[in-house]
Design a protein around this ligand. Structure first.
Ligand SMILES: Nc1ncnc2c1ncn2[C@@H]1O[C@H](COP(=O)(O)OP(=O)(O)OP(=O)(O)O)[C@@H](O)[C@H]1O
Ligand SMILES: [Mg+2]
Length: 297
């Protein structure tokens, strides 16, 4: 599988939301990270064929997707960021409904639904009305419907929002296994979702993919910029206005802070091993802060 976005642009009225996306994806997991409003959902909806780009092309195995008719959609499993359910559909009804839309025969659909329900931990709840599921259960039902009929391209918009830690780990394992011979694109705000599974991470902001690479590359690029030290609780709020804090852990009556900084922030600070979340904060928060002219400078 070879999926290529060629200079994809999207505007809503005069608002330019995607400003020329060029990216080529093959089998494996691709993680899409970026702040709120970056354009992730817009890009995903265009890929899922829900939205038409203002200009640009999507090529699948070298062929323009618009020339593939329904063939393109048939290859795609899609989990939207927001889902709603018919009030009188049980979880099983909903999955059978999606299976019918995908053109699956009844026997195959029933078999797959049982397996998928087991994989996403919903076997005991399929008979219940989907509209009465908890947020995390609805998300898992959404993941199951996206996986129906083994799509070659799986596009998931914030699949793990609302999932508890155990279900997130299960999800990551499902995706890892699935992506060995398929393409998975997922957008998330939970950096650890993509850290271990994504072969490429895309960092998006203001409708542009700013950087692409394996997570190790991002981590090695930030080098010696992650520090930890302890701070009295009373100074924490003031300190966070002038620093990019990655995490805070209580330590007796002090707080152990983890900070992104190219310079040693404090005489007691010691270097820490960076992770992808630190790299995200460095790119989206530390560097822009440094680039901003200081008042009075
Ligand atoms: N149908 C629309 N009409 C007008 N503006 C839109 C429309 N859809 C999205 N936008 C705008 O496009 C920008 C990007 O939105 P998008 O939903 O793609 O961001 P996102 O990266 O998915 O954000 P989030 O992390 O909050 O989900 C936002 O400024 C949003 O207001
Ligand atoms: Mg979004």
């Amino acid at each position: 599988m070879h999926l290529q976005l060629e200079n994809i642009k999207k505007s809503f009225k005069d608002k330019s939301v995607l400003k020329g996306i060029n990216i080529t994806m093959e089998n494996g997991v691709y993680g899409l990270l970026g702040p709120n409003g970056a354009g992730k959902t817009t890009m995903i909806r265009i890929l899922a064929d829900i939205l038409q780009p203002t200009s640009g092309r999507i090529l699948i195995n070298g062929q323009d997707k618009n020339g593939c008719g329904d063939g393109y959609r048939a290859k795609i499993g899609y989990l939207p960021q927001d889902m709603s359910f018919y009030p009188d559909f049980s979880g099983r009804d909903y999955l059978m409904f999606v299976a019918a839309l995908k053109g699956m025969n009844e026997l195959k659909a029933k078999r797959q639904i049982e397996t998928l329900a087991q994989n996403v931990g919903l076997s005991d709840d399929l008979h219940r009305l989907a509209s009465t599921y908890s947020g995390g259960m609805q998300r898992r039902l959404g993941i199951a419907q996206a996986l129906l009929d083994d799509p070659e391209i799986l596009i998931l918009d914030e699949p793990t929002s609302g999932l508890d830690p155990y279900e997130r780990i299960k999800f990551r394992n499902i995706i890892s296994a699935y992506s060995s011979d398929r393409l998975v694109l997922l957008s998330t705000h939970i950096v650890s979702d993509v850290d271990s599974v994504a072969k490429q991470v895309m960092m998006m902001e203001y409708g542009v993919i700013k950087r692409v690479g394996p997570s190790e590359e991002f981590i090695s690029q930030i080098g010696e910029c992650v520090w930890t030290f302890r701070l009295p609780v009373s100074r924490l709020v003031e300190f966070q206005n002038s620093a990019v804090i990655s995490s805070v852990m209580p330590h007796g009556d002090m707080m152990e802070v983890r900070v992104i900084d190219e310079k040693k922030p404090n005489s007691d600070a010691v270097l820490a091993k960076p992770g992808l979340e630190d790299a995200y904060l460095y790119i989206f928060h530390y560097l822009p802060r440094m680039a901003r002219p200081r008042i009075g400078a």
